[in-house]
Design a protein around this ligand. Sequence first.
Ligand SMILES: C[S@@+](CC[C@H](N)C(=O)[O-])C[C@H]1O[C@@H](n2cnc3c(N)ncnc32)[C@H](O)[C@@H]1O
Length: 258
Amino acid sequence: MNSLINKIKSKKYASLGDEIIEQEINNFLGKKPKAKDKEIIKEVKTRLHKIYGSFQVNKKKKRDTLLEELKENQNSIELHRKILETNLSTKERLKAYNTLYYRIFQITGQPKSILDVGSGINPISYPFLECTPSYTSIEIDKEDVEFVNEYFKIKNIKGEAILKAINKDTIKDLPKTDITFLFKIIDPLEVRKGHKFSEMLLKGLKSKYIVASFSTKTISNKMMKYPRRGWFEKLLTRINLKFKIVKTQNEFYYIIEK
Ligand SMILES: C[S@@+](CC[C@H](N)C(=O)[O-])C[C@H]1O[C@@H](n2cnc3c(N)ncnc32)[C@H](O)[C@@H]1O
């Protein structure tokens, strides 16, 4: 197992925790127990690209320098924006941040605590919240986790980033907060686990509100013809969860009340 993990952990996936890679290997072996190493490595790398690799903009060095600058100039929105630009998901949300949380909190009320699942570096958008909740971030990328923890420390935010993969066994360990963010995480999780996992996640989260977002662009960056996720809306209706929609240029947000 260790040698397989090391072969998969090429440069691109070097900062992923071993746990998530092992999980993917076991998933594949579950389906194809007799697969040879070469096939396992190829398949797991394809999976990792879908759930993780395709969102990375290789600017991790640049953001470290920006974080150093932030130490001297903690309230600079300009520096926050520059850091958010170093990750694809937050870069696409850059314009939307100005009003996004205001629009969400008009529905949910201002939160005292936030859980951000598969957060990437979204916690760096903290100043745009315009309130001061405690913040828990869950992420499988070790470098993102360290980066976000350093950010919380610099800004003196009551927050913690945790290196953890969400799966059926770890859902129950998630803390109870006023709001849970599932920003652009349902699609990558669906790739692996299907609608049943989304149902389990929605039911297992303890927050009063869940905000789940979906990109309105395809992986090749084209606008989707039908950006609403019909299957997701049907699922919400079936499990009796009410929702409202907030739409931005690049994203659809489902504000779900539990
Ligand atoms: C499309 S990105 C979205 C990042 C962030 N939520 C945002 O919208 O700015 C998906 C993120 O989920 C993380 N991720 C994927 N599978 C995960 C899992 N099982 N548990 C925790 N995080 C996961 C990836 O590392 C990546 O940072």
